[in-house]
Write a protein that binds this ligand. Structure first.
Ligand code: GAF
Length: 378
């Protein structure tokens, strides 16, 4: 009998400060990992099977490791949805390294999490990154953090069926305390950029609207298709290759809806670059206008906001936020607001009463701190 391995790994959710729907266009994003984490307790087993269980679902799933290759992607519907994330990562890791399932130890993976689900804070990337980190260590695959993020994205794309980019997995893998991850999604080169919120007396407030969304259905895929159409019309590989100066020509060449999708992505890429530069030169108090402009672009051009997100953003600003925008893929989820520490209670109260007056479900409002990425805890 082989030696029993046990351990605990964890990975965080994320907030995207700016750069929305730019990742799958080879563009720029600027997210940070948050202190809410998913933890996985791993115990090895000697029967070459993988079992996943969690505190957030009654359904545990157990399959022989050798059967993962037959399940994903074609037979993924046979797996209960939450389990597609960790099992998909196990599959993607074996595939990426050309590892024979018979050569690695069986594992029991037990998950628990305090990352809010459906709030646009990447609870799914937290599961993927925790799983990837644990299996990389225990199976001794020797992959670096970028390769682990790629395996997480592959699981999301092919085992879950959500056509997402790589931002969330990279943010969860690479997070650093008090810093954002400025990522070029084409080269996958990342820079750690000091955010300085605490030093400037600022808090990052999250307003979870409780409007749930799923990126495996509908709007997300349609937006991605519009971007691909726009890139094709412009004759480029990806919208990353279109600049703000090219927009008048784009407008002549495409229909209004495609043009507005393109304009969002092209201007959002520029806003990410401007945000990083502004932070470095003038500090976080100077980035409010860029956050506001990002929201307007998502509301009017990309059309992925919902009335609850618009109300959260407008009310937070009216109550004194330095800047506010929806964060994540859209169609629900959360807004963020950059707020002076002493104004947090006033902003919270204003948003709560605006939601009540509009007849919306009460939002969940809390602050987050830029935090450490995936790690082994014990
Ligand atoms: C979701 C996706 F998972 C990311 O890849 C990204 O596209 C984001 O929506 C929008 O910026 O979180």
């Amino acid at each position: 009998m082989t030696e029993r391995i046990e351990g605990t790994w964890s990975a965080p959710g994320r907030v995207n400060l700016i750069g929305e729907h730019t990742d799958y266009n080879d563009g720029f994003v600027f997210p940070f990992a948050i202190e809410y984490r998913t933890t996985v307790r791993l115990a090895s087993r000697d029967d070459a099977r993988i079992r996943v269980s969690s505190s957030f679902s009654a359904d545990a799933v157990e399959v022989p490791l050798a059967e993962l290759a037959g399940l994903f992607p074609d037979r993924r519907d046979e797996v209960v949805e939450w389990a597609r994330y960790p099992l998909g990562v196990a599959w993607a890791l074996l595939e990426a390294t050309g590892t024979d399932a018979a050569s690695v130890t069986g594992v029991d993976l037990a998950f628990s999490s305090d990352v809010p689900v459906g709030a646009g804070l990447s609870s799914s990337a937290a599961i993927e990154s925790a799983t990837a980190s644990a299996l990389n260590d225990v199976w001794q695959l020797g992959l670096d953090r970028v390769a682990l993020a790629r395996a997480g994205r592959r699981a999301e794309n092919e085992a879950v069926g959500a056509p997402t980019g790589i931002m969330d997995q990279m943010a969860s893998m690479l997070g650093q305390p008090d810093a954002g991850t400025f990522l070029d999604c084409r080269s996958l080169l990342a820079e750690v950029v000091d955010l300085g919120f605490a030093r400037a007396g600022l808090e990052l407030v999250v307003i979870d609207t409780k409007v749930t969304h799923a990126h495996s259905t509908g709007g997300y895929g349609e937006r991605r298709a519009a971007c691909e159409r726009g890139a094709e019309i412009m004759g480029v590989t990806a919208l990353r290759d279109v600049s703000v100066a090219d927009l008048p020509r784009a407008q002549e060449l495409m229909d209004d809806v495609t043009f507005r999708r393109v304009r969002h992505v092209v201007t959002e890429d520029q806003r990410v670059l401007d945000t990083v530069q502004t932070l470095r030169e003038d500090g976080p108090r100077a980035i409010g206008g860029l956050l506001d402009a990002s929201h307007t672009s998502m509301r009017d051009d990309f059309e992925i906001s919902v009335p609850e997100l618009d109300l959260a953003v407008e009310t937070a600003r009216a109550a004194g936020a330095i800047g506010a925008r929806m964060t994540g893929g859209g169609f629900g989820g959360a807004a963020i607001a950059l707020v002076d520490r002493e104004r947090v209670p006033a902003v919270t109260a204003a948003v709560e009463s605006a939601f009540a007056a509009a007849g919306f479900t009460a939002p969940h409002i809390f602050t987050v701190r830029p935090s450490e990425g995936a790690r082994r805890d014990a």
